[in-house]
Write a new protein. Structure first.
Length: 97
């Protein structure tokens, strides 16, 4: 989640790999996650499910077209982890080919 003053949380999926993050470069690549659902055959976004610390399953849409590069300090506390990041990375990769 981004650390903003907004009352509405801004969720993002961190795409930067573990090695890059461990190097302490100070920047992260993220993909915005918006609330909602789409049909199974919708190809430009990927449904993600993550579990909050309270154990609540949340479903949103990772939108690869909304990739940003932020300073690491822009990130707030993690709200959960996404186990199926592979399809999201394939969509992101397709944007740059």
């Amino acid at each position: 989640m981004l650390a903003t003053a907004s009352t509405v949380p801004v969720h993002v999926l961190v795409l930067s790999g573990a090695r890059y993050l461990a190097a302490g470069k100070g920047r992260v690549i993220v993909c915005h996650v918006v609330p909602g659902a789409v049909p199974d055959d919708f190809t430009s976004v990927h449904r993600v499910r993550y579990q909050t610390e309270e154990g609540v399953d949340t479903i949103g849409l990772a939108v690869p077209d909304l990739i940003d590069w932020y300073p690491a300090s822009a990130l707030g506390e993690p709200v959960g982890s996404v186990s199926d990041i592979g399809p999201v990375m394939r969509l992101v990769d397709a944007l740059f080919r």
